[in-house]
Design a protein around this ligand. Sequence first.
Ligand SMILES: N[C@@H](CCC(=O)N[C@@H](CS)C(=O)NCC(=O)O)C(=O)O
Length: 314
Amino acid sequence: MGLLVDGVWHDEWYNTEDNDGKFIREDAQFRDWISKDGKFQPEAGRYHLYVCLACPWASRCLMMRKLKGLEEIISLSVVNPVMLEHGWTFEDGPGVIADPIIDADYMHEIYTHVDPTYSGRVTVPVLYDKKTDTIVNNESSDIIRMMNTAFDEIGATPGDYYPADLHDEIDDINDYVYDHVNNGVYKAGFATEQHVYEKEAQNVDDALAKLNDRLEHQDYLVGDQLTEADIRLFTTLIRFEHVYFGHFKCNLHHLTEYPHLWEYTKRIYNYENLADTVNFDHIQTHYYKSHTMINPNQIIPAGPDLDLSVSESI
Ligand SMILES: N[C@@H](CCC(=O)N[C@@H](CS)C(=O)NCC(=O)O)C(=O)O
């Protein structure tokens, strides 16, 4: 775990000391866009996606790539789930897909390849342009938004997961879910002061209760179709019992104690072939082996063994 300072790698954990024990997430720095009339045109085979299968942010992109049938249009690399002193690596292992662009050993080489003086965290997902040899974007919410439409005229599977008439409602719920759930579990898990952890863990649990109520009479968060809001919530929920409940101590209630939210999680897991984007082995290996300040002996728990099947037809 570390960061680049003027292009030089430093092995450093997040600095919470200057923030009263709070984890504060940095904003992503590459925010360009693929569009017909821009510098980055939609073209099959031009873009490459770097992900970690454990990462909830990167998994949003894997879900959208799958739903929009972009597997043949956007190529893929998968980092090793264990992230230690070198950050993300391409060390060979089950499920790892090496870097085809510069044959990098470490993800930070991709960042310095495009910007030799880059300062900041080296995160996944990264959407890379092979034609201009640069990073287009490293913010998952942008990447899924552009994948939703950018490739529609060059063979993407039809489907709009951010329909115009639902923009406002999707934007509102995304903000809430980001703060209270997606980033909420990290704020609890990476807190280094008791009072900060307690507040954030309660915040997560209150949000789960509220979302459970919302889903009592509807299958999806917004409207009556799957939208990007569901993709964004799902990638946190599907990790909840495996890592956030134990490792991040968000343990006021099990997700399975929220019946509507749990049904919803299973409904999305079983939606088309989205289950292919979930790799519980990478998920548990990453969190329990990489965060040695939380889990110094790196033991991976034996459970949980969850039944993710749905009885209803979808
Ligand atoms: N805002 C980014 C966040 C991405 C992010 O934080 N990814 C994590 C993996 S789960 C990461 O790469 N962390 C490495 C680090 O912070 O050093 C997004 O949504 O794309």
